[in-house]
Design a protein around this ligand. Structure first.
Ligand code: 5GP
Length: 184
C-alpha cells in the first residue's frame, strides 16, 4: 500500500473511550475516514450493519481470512474482529487519512506491515475508571466484562510499543490531541 503514513491506528483497552474519541475526531476533521470492521460479535442494541460493523458469522469470517481479505484480524474476548482490506486501500488512494480503531494484537500486525503508519495508544486515567466505564456502558454480560478487564491488563502493558500514548481524561481534549498528531 502506498502512502501508509496516512494510516492511523487508534488502539487501547476496551472501555477506554476509543469509540467516543473517534466520533469526535470525525466530526472535527472531514478528511479522516474511519474503517468499518467486520466482527462475529452479536450487534448491540442500536448498532447498524455497515455503520458500526459488518456483522458476520464465523464461517464467513473464516472464508475472508482464507481469501486474504483482511488487512489484519484478531480474536478478542471470544469473537473475531478484522479490518477489510479493499476499502482502506481505496480511501488512501483517494487522499483520505484512514483511521483504524482496533485492539492491540491487530494494531501490532499493522505496525509490522506498515512501519510508517502512525500508532496512538489510549490509556484510561486509572484501572478503576476503566472498569467503571465498561460496566456503565451496560452492553456486556458479567462474563464478557471479566474477559475484557483481564485483557485490558495485557493491553495496557503493551502501550509502550506504540508511537504515542495519550491518557483519555476528556474526550474533546483527546480528540484535539489526536488530530494534531495526525496533521503533523
Ligand atoms: P467491541 O466489541 O467493544 O466493539 O470491540 C472490542 C475490541 O475490538 C475493541 O478494542 C475494538 O477497538 C476492537 N476492534 C474493533 N474492530 C477491530 C478490527 O477490525 N480489528 C481488530 N484487531 N480489533 C478491532
Amino acid at each position: 500500500m502506498k502512502n501508509s503514513q496516512k494510516l492511523i491506528i487508534l488502539t487501547g483497552p476496551s472501555g477506554v473511550g476509543k469509540g467516543t474519541v473517534v466520533k469526535e475526531i470525525l466530526s472535527k476533521d472531514k478528511n479522516i475516514w474511519l474503517s468499518i470492521s467486520a466482527t462475529t460479535r452479536q450487534p448491540r442494541e442500536g448498532e447498524k450493519e455497515g455503520e458500526n460493523y459488518f456483522f458476520l458469522n464465523h464461517e464467513r469470517f473464516k472464508e475472508m481470512i482464507d481469501q486474504n481479505l483482511f488487512l489484519e484480524w484478531a480474536q478478542f474476548a471470544g469473537n473475531y474482529y478484522g479490518t477489510p482490506l479493499s476499502s482502506v486501500d481505496e480511501k488512501i488512494k483517494k487522499g483520505f487519512t484512514v483511521l483504524l480503531e482496533i485492539e492491540v494484537e491487530g494494531a501490532k500486525q499493522i505496525k509490522e506491515k506498515f512501519p510508517e503508519c502512525v500508532s496512538i495508544f489510549l490509556l484510561p486515567p486509572n484501572k478503576e475508571e476503566l472498569e467503571r466505564r465498561i460496566r456503565n456502558r451496560g452492553t456486556e454480560k458479567e462474563e464478557a466484562i471479566k474477559k475484557r478487564l483481564l485483557r485490558a491488563n495485557y493491553e495496557i502493558s503493551a502501550s509502550n510499543e506504540f508511537d504515542f500514548v495519550l491518557t483519555n481524561h476528556n474526550v474533546d481534549e483527546t480528540a484535539n490531541r489526536v488530530i494534531k498528531l495526525i496533521q503533523t
